[in-house]
Design a protein. Sequence first.
Length: 187
Amino acid sequence: MFWTDQEFIKQDYTQTKLPKGDYENCRFVNCLFSKGFLDNQNFVECTFEGCDLTNTNISHTIFNDVTFEECKMVGLQFETCNQLLLSLNFVGCNLSVASFIGMHLPSIQFNDCKLHQTDFSEAHLKQAEFSGCDLENTLFENTNLEQADFTSALNFNIDPSINQLRKTRFSRDGLIGLLKKYDLVVT
């Protein structure tokens, strides 16, 4: 099935699944997907606004030029979605305990997001932007963060010895996030 230029507003897909198919230039507003299934779907140029996708199954789903705004996305395992043509942007989302392990996401944008305990191990995040994001207990291990922007990010802990940080941008106040492993007291 194919849907284009459609709006799905305040729909509850926790009991009844979103019909499988291709969704192009569609808007999902205040929809509930929590603990549901969005697997094997195709989303192209779609936006999700104010939706709850907590612990939703997104296995094999295509997200091509998809934006999530003010969505709750706790526990999502993005590495299970289809990597072909993958293009995501996040604005004001809660992505705590989400996983992006080993993903290739150059130039991805996270703006004003909560990323507590999110796992970016072995991900390729060259030129990624973490503008205004809270990265408390987020895991960066063997991650390519070259030219990424952390100038307005908060609470990050990045070990320069196990991550690629060439030309990565930090604010002076944020430099403590690079020194936490040394247990230094900076005043």
